[in-house]
Design a protein around this ligand. Structure first.
Ligand code: NDP
Length: 334
């Protein structure tokens, strides 16, 4: 059983020395347990938070522990009557090839509902994040302008596509010309803006001639600075993620700009609301019905970035935090 454990807590970018690949014996299931073999491992930005000891909404991974992560796993031996050999399940097996589980928290997957890896992306946690944050907090109305950053990733790409289904204008922000072309040409976004371009704030303003009514916040930093002056009165900002800052170990230097932000919140009567996807767990059935239906009907699309082999997970994960991925990042483990 090969597994990747947290070797040290990073300050700044995760590097190879923060992870350690270990080999151990494959565990044997006890009565009531199943043995799971990881097929697909999801790599997600939140894992950077788990590598840090800073207080957050979930407890950190301890040094020497297996890195956490959602997986699509196959039941390869079962001592639990609820699961049979060959069942495909959504699990939290982490960055390893095999795991045992007592069955709690496992969800059996029906291959008829989608390709297995899609349950880690558009039909899974990131898809649900886009659906719930946009519809419950963003509440886009027809003809409104919805802006989303990290727009070529699993969360952002679905935010823009749902915004269009709801009749809004979707403007995506992504890094580089290739991702921007994908947004407008393949996903049907109304406009795409490259946040790495020198004239990014002006280009964003040109792409949003009527201002911004919903800004789905995935990144923070310089992108948020460009968005803030364009927000319309009563704009809604679902605060989903701040990936531009996940590798920061201290506050960036410069003047305190919180008075500018607070003044904008007051004068424009903005709603900024943070959320964690499981706050909306009650919407899971609606999500699967709507997004599953749109996916089967071809109304929404999803792109995957597949990395082969567990040993390549650390570098792929570190790259994702800088935009090296193009689509939902998944590791094909077996
Ligand atoms: P992505 O696959 O989109 O990966 C993150 C992307 O962020 C990168 O590909 C990169 O895209 C972009 N990025 C990184 N640094 C910067 C920067 N400095 N400025 C602008 N863009 C940057 O990830 P996900 O779709 O899985 O997640 C998107 C966000 O949603 C993350 O912030 C994540 O933490 C959050 N999230 C929150 C959840 C919740 O419950 N609140 C649940 C799931 C995700 P590019 O090349 O375009 O720059």
């Amino acid at each position: 059983n090969r597994r990747i454990v947290l070797a040290a807590r990073p300050h700044g970018e995760p590097k190879p020395e923060h992870f350690r690949l270990e080999e151990g014996r494959t565990p044997a299931p006890q009565p009531g347990e199943v043995l799971l073999r990881t097929r697909w491992l999801s790599l997600d930005p939140y894992m950077r938070g788990r590598m840090s000891a800073a207080k957050s909404y979930a407890k950190p991974v301890e040094i020497g522990e297996v890195m956490v992560g959602q997986t699509v796993s196959e039941v390869v031996a079962s001592e639990n009557p609820a699961f049979a050999e060959g069942d495909l399940v959504l699990a939290n097996a982490g960055w390893q090839e095999f795991a045992v589980s007592d069955g709690s928290g496992l969800r059996r997957l029906d291959p008829a509902d989608g390709a297995p890896s899609q349950f880690l992306g558009i039909l899974g946690m990131p898809g649900m994040t886009a659906y719930t944050g946009l519809l419950e907090i963003g509440r886009p109305q027809p003809k409104e302008t919805v802006v989303v950053a990290a727009a070529a990733g699993p969360v952002g790409s679905l935010v823009g596509q749902i915004a269009r289904i709801k009749g809004a204008r979707a403007v995506g922000i992504a890094g580089g010309a290739e991702k921007c072309a994908y947004l407008t040409e393949t996903l049907g976004f109304d406009a795409a803006v490259d946040h790495r371009a020198n004239d990014f704030p002006d280009a964003l303003a040109r792409a949003c001639p009527d201002g911004i009514d919903v800004y789905f916040e995935n990144v923070g930093g310089a992108v948020f600075d460009a968005v803030l002056p364009l927000l319309n009165d009563f704009a809604r900002v679902p605060v989903c993620g701040l990936v531009a800052g996940y590798n920061l170990s201290e506050l960036p230097s410069g003047p305190d700009r919180s008075p500018v932000l607070m003044r904008a919140i007051l004068t424009k009567r903005l709603t900024l609301r943070g959320f964690i996807v499981w706050d909306f767990a009650a919407m899971q059935d609606d999500f699967l019905r709507d997004v599953g239906g749109w996916l089967r009907a071809g109304r929404v699309k999803a792109r995957e970035d597949v990395v082969e082999g567990l040993e390549n997970a650390p570098a792929a994960f570190a790259g994702m935090l800088k935009g090296a991925n193009f689509g939902k990042l998944v590791v094909k483990v077996a």
